[in-house]
Ligand binder design. Sequence first.
Ligand SMILES: C[S@@+](CC[C@H](N)C(=O)[O-])C[C@H]1O[C@@H](n2cnc3c(N)ncnc32)[C@H](O)[C@@H]1O
Length: 277
Amino acid sequence: MIVAKALAKAAATLPLRRGLPDPHREAFFLLAAAWEIDEIRLRMWPEVSIAAEVEELFFRWVERRAAGEPAEHIVGRCSFWGRSFRVTPSVLIPRPETELMVQAALEATLPPRARVLDVGTGSGCLAITLAADRADWCVIGIDRSLDALQVARHNGVEHGVDVAWLWSDLVSSCGSAFDLVVANLPYIPTDWLPTLGVEISREPVLALDGGRDGLDLVRRLVGDLERILVPGGRCLLELAEDQADAVEELAQEQGLRPAGRRRDIGGCDRMVILEHS
Ligand SMILES: C[S@@+](CC[C@H](N)C(=O)[O-])C[C@H]1O[C@@H](n2cnc3c(N)ncnc32)[C@H](O)[C@@H]1O
């Protein structure tokens, strides 16, 4: 079968629904991964015939995708800040909005050998990106999931970065004196979880469930920031769209200074910056 026909057949198989808004985009992603070529090359080859084994693998993947499995889980990879990361059902699939955290972290002026902590590291995408782009920073990635830490460690080796991976329930076992803390903790209110669709139901609850108002873990972390940050140190927190006011208020109660917000492309306040003054 030629590329154009396979893509059209796949796109027709993939149902239009929440979580799968663009069947053509998904078909491209899956075919490029099955063929192990990049999508740009695929776009230039509409008339090229696909090898039988690639075609068979591609349509098997399309069926799994149509049944609701996230494309990144099927392929086992996800792109984040221009790098490819291994992902498994034990980790959250890194989201584009989390790249806001990278942007803000890389803009920070930190001392040489700055100590940087990634709380709830998952696939390790944040810790690894920061360690790769700022080789002089000392980066620690922590998680409460041993399976996630295994994936993060694998990704760290693939990208050749020196990150210390630690099991820790929030910041209970990771030391102090950090210049920068980045945290994309679970922030979805428990009641919302069943409404979020089949794709999200395949991701780990531990990575999503933020308790009654979504802020259980954020509240705990904010309570520890003064202890673990150096004076002038900052924490970047990713949040749901309506949580920034509440988190800034919590932070002020703990003696921290709200030092800015970042909006995502949808215009929502997605990240807050808190400073230990
Ligand atoms: C929303 S995911 C973020 C993963 C990754 N940082 C990213 O941005 O793609 C949240 C992560 O926090 C971890 N987590 C949940 N509760 C935790 C806790 N009490 N202590 C440490 N990590 C926790 C989860 O296992 C999960 O990997």
